[in-house]
Design a protein. Structure first.
Lengths: 206, 156, 340
């Protein structure tokens, strides 16, 4: 669609400049999109890997825990597990990836669950809690990776919209307008010539 | 009273009391155990009775032996006077046999406790539970038998 | 109650004859292995409950109201302890067994106090109720209606805990305090003393392996080991770096060697320690099973309590297993050997 501009030489010059800019921008955005896509795929495969690791660890921890549940009075287990030492501390920081802001959770400290005595607790409890507490850093990593994926996908979407807008709307429009202004100018030129010729004829006749 | 008679009477008393003490201990043990079982399961009372009673037989034998001697000496009527030798003889057989009775009664009591435990778990094994204390009873009966033979041999 | 002198010969104390009679009758009501197997074969939790309700001991508890498996089992144990203490003539050995739950409760309360939280996991099996316990902790003296024996034991244990102790330290101190009492009060005759010592041995063996497996610092081992086992504490601490495979041949007791060997094989194939726990429990049940043949003395009483604990443990495996719809075979693997 033609832009609503006055068809004059100044606009033409301005438009040409903008067109050149748009084309360069389009190329840059396309590069960015490709780069984002590459990151996106890398994170997706990392997330899949992490998710499997977390799942395996949780499965192992819960399987062992189930064994403990079977053979220990519930109240003994409650007593053993209800008071871990220390607390879970997280730090949030923002990192940049291709000028996209991505929040990142950093595990600062993790509670120590092994505060129970060893006499009335089943032996498998240690291994169960070990597996489960090992999942915490993995889960943090998984959270980070999955958040990154979400943000990246939004960014990719946005970039693609921009690229498409440039490619299919802005640039064709400008090209059309440039063409139109040129045509207009040419026509003006031609009518000018015509008028001059006509004037000359009249002058000669007179 | 002469010494012979004194010895015989001492024998009578010893056989009745010592056998009685043994039986009392034996029945006491069996009775306690049976009371424990019955308080959980009153229906077993009937089955427990013969087992509790078994260690009591020794005391009864002791009484019989004592009574035989009493009879022989006619203590209830005009007491016979007997020489010292016979007095010692009667004392010896009654006194020694009383130990068989006493000790067998205590051990029979213990076996009865075991039988009571067995009956508590397996009420259907009544026969077997009875047989075990009866084995101990045999020795009490042998003691009684030996007493009887020797008793016959003593002429008063 | 007057101090009672216990007979030093195992299976000879005739004061407990009545008690043994009752125990024999109670033992007849324990769930037999065959019946346990039937419970195990039930498809659902409801089915297992129904089958369990057919046993006279459980019928009342189950019929009374809708309760979870844990509550039913707890009530059963409390009743067994009640029944035995009714005719155990105030024997310290028998009371000590129940005291395990008071020590558990003490841990719960101390930890809650340390963290300013509500106590969680207070057991109803112990001698003292929650209010009695709180009053005892607040006043610090034995008074009122509470059980003297338990209250004194608790106050002694309490005096060993320092104010600044960590959670872990509280657990360790109380466990040690309990097992000292356990050994002390069970040492009325050689049989029960050996039982106590072997219980301590097996706990120490498990502790040793667990510390090793988890790479915990050596101090935790030295701290957690209990006194009084047949295996000296120094033997464990000296071998802290010895792998289990090399450690077990050093033990002089054949039974312990066998337990460790079997548990190690199971750990290598399946990767968990449940077999170790099972074998140690089985060993103790097997040991106490001899008490069944004693007709006099405390031994059958201790045996019955262990049998009831064992039965409740088996039922816990079955009921929890059914709740989680676990396969009967996998339950069989952790099921303890039966005393009955």
């Amino acid at each position: 669609m033609r832009l609503n501009v006055n068809p004059n030489r100044m606009e033409l010059l301005k438009l040409r400049k903008r067109l050149a800019l748009a084309k360069r921008g389009h190329k840059l955005l396309q590069d960015k999109q490709e780069q984002l896509m590459r990151y996106f795929l890398r994170f997706v495969s990392r997330a899949r890997e992490l998710r499997k690791q977390v799942q395996d660890k949780v499965d192992e921890g819960l399987r062992r825990f189930e064994l403990c549940r079977l053979v220990t009075p519930e109240k003994f287990l409650i007593n053993a597990l209800s008071h871990p030492a220390g607390e879970l501390k997280l730090k949030v920081e923002v990192t940049r990836l291709l000028s996209v802001r991505i929040p990142r959770l950093e595990l600062e400290s993790q509670p120590n669950p092994f505060t129970y005595g060893l006499t009335h607790t089943p032996s498998d409890l240690d291994l169960s809690l070990k597996a489960l507490s090992e999942t915490v850093p993995l889960m943090m990593e998984l959270v980070n990776v999955e958040k990154t994926i979400v943000i990246l996908s939004e960014e990719i979407e946005k970039t693609r919209r921009r690229v498409n807008a440039l490619k299919f709307v802005f640039i064709p429009n400008m090209v059309e307008t440039v063409k139109y202004i040129k045509m207009k100018l040419d026509e003006l030129e031609r009518s000018n010539v015509n008028r001059l010729m006509r004037l000359k004829e009249l002058v000669f006749e007179a | 009273m002469e010494l012979g008679l004194v010895l015989a009477i001492a024998g009578i008393i010893s056989v009745i009391t010592i056998s009685g003490i043994g039986s009392a201990i034996g029945v006491g043990l069996a009775g306690q155990a049976a009371a424990g079982v019955i308080s959980e399961d009153p229906e077993k009372f009937g089955k427990m009775i013969p087992i509790i009673a078994l260690p009591g037989t020794q005391g009864f034998y002791g009484f019989v032996m004592g009574f035989l001697v009493i009879n022989k000496l006619n203590l209830l009527g005009a007491a016979k006077s007997i020489p010292i030798q016979q007095g010692w003889q009667l004392f010896a057989i009654t006194f020694v046999v009383s130990f068989v009775q006493c000790i067998s009664a205590i051990h029979q009591g213990k076996v009865s406790v075991a039988s009571v435990g067995m009956l508590a778990k397996r009420p259907e094994e009544m026969g077997k539970a009875m047989v075990l204390p009866v084995f101990v009873e045999i020795y009490a009966i042998l003691g009684l038998g030996a007493f009887f033979l020797l008793f016959q041999a003593i002429e008063v | 109650m007057k101090e009672r002198k216990e007979s030093p010969r195992p299976g000879s104390d005739t004061r407990y004859t009545y008690a043994v009679g009752r125990i024999k009758a109670l033992e007849a009501r324990l769930i037999s292995p065959a019946e346990m197997e039937r419970l195990l074969e039930e498809e659902t939790l409801a089915g297992a409950f129904r089958a369990l309700g057919e046993f006279s001991d459980y019928a009342e508890t189950i019929a009374a109201e809708k309760k979870g498996p844990e509550e039913i089992l707890e009530e059963q144990l409390a009743r067994a302890y009640d029944a035995v203490s009714e005719f155990s003539l105030g024997s310290n050995a028998i009371q000590t067994l129940r005291l395990k739950y008071d020590f558990h409760n003490l841990k719960v309360l101390l930890k809650a106090r340390l963290l300013g939280a509500e106590p969680d996991g207070f057991s109803k099996i112990g001698f003292l109720s929650l209010e009695e316990f709180n009053r005892l902790l607040a006043e610090g003296t034995v008074g009122g209606e509470v059980d003297r024996f338990a209250a004194e034991a608790i106050l002694t244990a309490l005096s060993e805990v320092d104010d600044g102790d960590s959670l872990e330290r509280i657990e360790v101190v109380l466990d040690k305090s309990y097992y000292r009492l356990f050994l002390n009060n069970l040492s009325v005759n050689p049989f029960l003393e050996e039982y106590a010592r072997r219980t301590i041995d097996l706990i120490n063996l498990r502790t040793f392996w667990r510390v090793q497996l988890m790479d915990w610092p050596e101090e935790r081992l030295a701290e957690s080991l209990l006194h009084g086992g047949t295996i000296q504490k120094a033997f464990f601490t000296a071998n802290v770096a010895t792998p289990i495979a090399d450690f077990s041949p050093k033990l002089t007791d054949d039974a312990y060697r066998r337990i460790l060997r079997e548990a190690k094989n199971a750990y290598q194939t399946k990767g968990d320690l449940s077999v170790l726990d099972k074998l140690t429990d089985d060993f103790l049940v097997e040991f106490l099973r001899r008490a069944k043949y004693y007709c006099f003395g405390l031994e059958p009483l201790v045996g019955y309590i262990a049998a009831k604990e064992n039965e409740v443990m088996q039922l816990r495996v079955i009921l929890h297993g059914k709740e989680k719809a676990l396969l009967a075979d996998s339950l069989r693997e952790v099921l303890r050997r039966s005393y009955a």
